[in-house]
Design a protein around this ligand. Structure first.
Ligand code: NI
Ligand code: MN
Length: 225
């Protein structure tokens, strides 16, 4: 499986058969100028919550790719109103798709849409895909709820916010990595705005000291999971 980073919380997971895009906020991100959203392909778009830095390009890319949008019912209502009807509405539960399973999980955050409407509860996702289990936390503070994931899964990778202020910071994410019992963490939601800037080298060192690996692929970079 391949992971390509598009900045903030946006990335693509790619198997031999399917492409999954997450939280598309690319064209307004000055750090992501090298990414041409008109070239993006996706079969599914998963949305963690309604904030602008997660949905800015959602409608344009959903229309262009005809991908199926997976999100909370309140977000799906908003997506429908923008003229996108290839959708899968879900809440905190697990569903088996043809490609594998998706479980929506708790995120300690808030969620409103760009027009101010209520976005339902924010969420993260656990995907069972291509023989691997991957957790995308969405925007969340550190929460004891994460311990549940260690009971339910043997996570191969976790994609966690590390920029602080709105979400977990690096130290919180290292604790979260213990809660979820996962050794390989991919950092997201950092450096996009001054309040979430981090020292990347320090962050990687912090994780090493905790016997964990923090991966910080560059925007546009693809890594193999
Ligand atoms: Ni948010
Ligand atoms: Mn955010």
């Amino acid at each position: 499986m391949k992971y390509t980073y598009f900045g903030q919380s946006s990335f693509l997971l790619e198997t031999d058969t399917h492409k999954f895009l997450f939280d598309p906020f690319i064209s307004p991100n000055p750090l992501a100028k090298t990414i041409d959203i008109t070239k993006l392909e996706a079969d599914y778009i998963l949305v963690s919550h309604g904030h602008e830095d997660h949905v800015a390009d959602l409608i344009v890319i959903a229309k262009q790719t005809k991908a199926k949008v997976i999100a909370m019912p309140e977000i799906i209502n908003w997506v429908n109103k923008q003229g996108v009807d290839n959708v899968h509405s879900m809440n905190y539960g697990k569903y088996t798709f043809d490609f594998g399973t998706v479980r929506m999980v708790w995120a300690t955050h808030s969620s409103s849409l760009p027009d101010g409407s209520y976005g339902g509860n924010p969420a993260g996702f656990v995907l069972e895909l291509d023989g691997k289990q991957i957790y995308f936390a969405g925007d969340t503070g550190l929460t004891i709820e994460m311990k549940l994931l260690a009971e339910l899964y043997k996570l191969n990778y976790a994609i966690l916010p590390i920029g602080g202020n709105y979400t977990m910071n690096v130290d919180d994410a290292a604790i979260a990595a213990n809660y979820i019992n996962c050794d390989k963490i991919i950092g997201i939601h950092y450096d996009t705005f001054p309040v979430i800037e981090i020292d990347s080298a320090n962050a990687i060192e912090n994780f090493k000291r905790a016997q964990k690996t923090l991966l910080l692929p560059a925007i546009g970079e693809t890594i193999v999971l």
